[in-house]
Design a protein around this ligand. Structure first.
Ligand SMILES: *Cc1c(COP(=O)(O)O)cnc(C)c1O
Length: 436
């Protein structure tokens, strides 16, 4: 067994081609062109069901799972989430618009962001957003004011920073006190926000929210977060007589990018977190609020893959070998952004020994335009070979750019042995459609 087949939906065919969700990636590349994003819809649906079954079993039927749609947001994703009875988290009017355009009922959405403009707030409210996750006092007052103008009351959760460093990349650690997100407990600002929210006439305080970071493998991070948050919930209950109805523990569960990343059992982790919380509420003498999770990456990341066609090969004697592909930082910014790890495979030549090291680089005019360094590939790798970069379902399409006027790849969904285009490939003409 090839240890680089890091996800259950990967295998190798008789012809030595990499199979994804049982389908031949080389045929898919030929049919839809490269660069190409593939997404395994069956796996996405399976992940939603795993989460829902786990939270319902551990926390009861009032608990929710919000898909953090920033991980991958386009109409078909919101349709799938609707189909699977998921809630979603949205962070911008663009995501709200896309959800609405997919027929997603916005009552099942919560609206994040550390800076919602008045226009954003009005747009979300006029489309009956379920809940605002309020990040700061200005926003809290603005939501109250716009709700008053509309003669309604608006449910909100308050985003609380529990002061937990999940020991992960600095750039994706958000639960520490010094953060642009939320109200810190340590400084008293969390309590102040709760007190003010309870006093505002048009605000319905639904509960509290925390999100401490991303690519978290250790249940202990969620347990420590739940510990701090439940203690806070109990403090607010004793001080103000207000018992939170919902406690959202955020997202952040990790996925495997490379073989040495651990494999996470999401259901087992949620069950460990639940066990701790059920004990903790007894100790604190409070009822258990509805508990929600907000996963993005762990729903879609390894359900995705990017296919490229190899172009020029360059060997610099005494230094290294390069293989350039027909995409790059425009479809995958994560190596440039935080040196992210990836597994890169020769999709059309999986049986050959991977006996030479290459830096797999993009086509952009930027030296940092690297997919991954030091990747073992067959020495005979040449122009025209299909190269697969694994685990690109989260934060790739949604972070894609048009640098160098490079159109975005298509997104093709794989479902029950068939495939279909969920997002069309951009054309050069698309790039000019807004130019005057
Ligand atoms: C990004 C984010 C998530 C999802 O994080 P993942 O690591 O993709 O699971 C959830 N909630 C909030 C508030 C976020 O900012």
């Amino acid at each position: 067994m090839d240890r680089d087949l890091i996800c259950e939906n990967l295998s190798v065919g008789e012809n030595g081609h990499l199979l994804f969700a049982g389908q031949d990636t080389v045929e898919l590349a030929a049919r839809y062109g490269t660069p190409l994003y593939l997404m395994d819809e069956d796996l996405i649906r399976k992940r939603c069901r795993t989460y829902l079954a786990a939270v319902h079993q551990v926390f009861g039927s009032t608990s929710k799972v919000y898909y953090a749609s920033k991980a991958a947001a386009f109409r078909q994703m919101y349709r799938i989430m609707n189909d699977e009875n998921m809630y979603v988290d949205v962070v911008s009017p663009g995501e709200i618009y896309t959800a609405l355009a997919a027929g997603f009922p916005l009552e099942r959405a919560c609206f994040h962001s550390n800076n919602k403009t008045d226009e954003d707030i009005i747009y979300a409210m006029d489309n009956n957003i379920g809940c605002f996750v309020v990040d700061n006092l200005e926003e809290l007052y603005a939501v109250d004011r716009h709700a008053a103008e509309r003669g309604r009351k608006q449910p909100v959760m308050l985003r609380i920073t529990p002061g937990i460093d999940p020991h992960t990349y600095e750039a994706i650690a958000t639960g520490k006190v010094d953060s642009k997100f939320g109200f810190a407990i340590e400084t008293g600002q969390g309590e102040e926000a709760a007190r003010i929210a309870l006093s505002l006439p048009k605000i319905i305080l639904q509960g509290f929210h925390s999100h401490v970071g991303s690519q978290v493998f250790d249940s202990d991070v969620f347990i420590r977060t739940a510990d701090v948050m439940l203690t806070f919930v109990a403090h607010i209950y004793r001080t103000y007589g207000y018992m939170a109805r919902e406690l959202d523990l955020g997202g952040g569960y990790g996925v495997r990018y490379i073989a040495s990343d651990p494999e996470l059992d999401i259901a087992a982790s949620i069950s460990e977190v639940g066990e701790f919380m059920h004990g903790k509420v007894v100790t604190l003498g409070i009822p258990m609020p509805a508990v929600s999770f907000e996963p993005g990456r762990s729903i879609v990341a390894d359900a995705g893959m990017t296919l490229y066609t190899a172009g020029s090969i360059k060997s610099i004697p005494g230094y290294r070998n390069y293989v350039s592909v027909d995409g790059g930082m425009t479809d995958n910014i994560r190596f440039a952004l935080y040196g992210a790890d990836y597994t890169v495979l020769p999709a059309d030549n999986m049986r050959a020994p991977r006996d030479m090291r290459f830096s797999v680089v993009g086509r952009c005019c930027e030296s940092g335009d690297i997919i991954q360094e030091n990747i073992p590939l067959p020495a005979a790798t040449h122009r025209g070979n299909i190269i697969a970069c694994l685990t690109t379902g989260a934060y790739h399409y949604s972070m894609a750019s048009h640098y160098n006027r490079i159109p975005n790849p298509a997104v093709v969904m794989l479902r029950e042995g068939t495939s279909y285009v969920a997002v069309r490939r951009e054309t050069n003409a698309d790039l000019c459609r807004l130019d005057v």
